[in-house]
Write a protein that binds this ligand. Structure first.
Ligand code: SAH
Ligand code: MG
Length: 203
């Protein structure tokens, strides 16, 4: 297993696949353990790395993960199979915004796909969240550029950074959810319903 994970990390590096940072996955795994999280929805599978890291030491955890890029989807399927985790991880090959998951409910939703679409994912998928569930969002610092805008060189990147700022404002102004921001990895947030105070490990 460890060798397979190292291979994935090398593949990600060589192919510019933005997989989760080690302190971020550590944070999420601690959350899973403290809160007895079982059902997870991930938006943005890439090559399956984060899903595998969440599932591998938690045999009760079941993950549905959505990926729209065919090459990455295939790579994820292969990696998950090689790790023997196909019973725990279901990969959906589709655009998340066009995916219907009616009937499903999750304890955690991990948003890690197109950074310009986070408000849309949040608004769509909050209906799939259990009463005590949380929505965790990754890359809110966007490689540090959200805090260092003078380093931004392209209009494209500027557009994404603006969208991330709009998402942060949207979370801060949201009455239904309380959001805490964490300076781990590339910036994480944890959002939970305002009427729910029983969450471990995020205070
Ligand atoms: N969670 C992964 C990294 C995901 S990278 C990990 O940490 O290992 C973001 C991925 O989201 C990319 O592979 C991209 O193809 C995918 N993506 C972007 N927009 C999407 C959408 N609307 N629906 C599904 N996948 C999307
Ligand atoms: Mg990420």
């Amino acid at each position: 297993m460890n060798e397979l994970i190292k291979d994935m990390e090398r593949y990600a590096e060589a192919n510019n696949v933005p997989i989760i940072e080690s302190d971020s996955i550590e944070f999420i795994n601690k959350y899973i353990e403290l809160n007895n999280t079982k059902k997870i929805l991930e938006i943005g599978t890439a090559i399956g790395y984060s899903a595998i890291m969440m599932a591998k030491d938690h045999p009760d955890v079941e993950i549905v993960t959505i990926e729209k890029d065919e090459k990455r989807y295939r790579e994820a399927i292969k990696n998950i199979k090689n790790c023997g985790l196909e019973n725990q991880i279901e990969v959906v090959y589709n655009d998340a915004l066009e995916t219907n998951l009616s009937g499903y409910k999750f304890d955690m939703i991990f948003i890690d796909a197109a950074k310009g679409q986070y408000v849309k994912y949040f608004d769509k998928f909050k209906f799939y969240l259990n009463e005590n569930g949380v929505i965790i969002s990754d890359n809110l610092k966007f490689h540090g550029l959200v805090e260092n805008k003078d380093m931004i060189e392209s209009k494209n990147v500027q557009g994404i950074v603006n969208k991330i700022e709009q998402y942060i404002d949207y979370l801060n102004e949201n009455d239904e959810f309380i959001t805490k921001f964490f300076d781990v990895g590339d910036g994480l947030s944890v959002s939970y319903r305002s009427n729910n105070a029983n969450i471990e490990g995020i205070n």
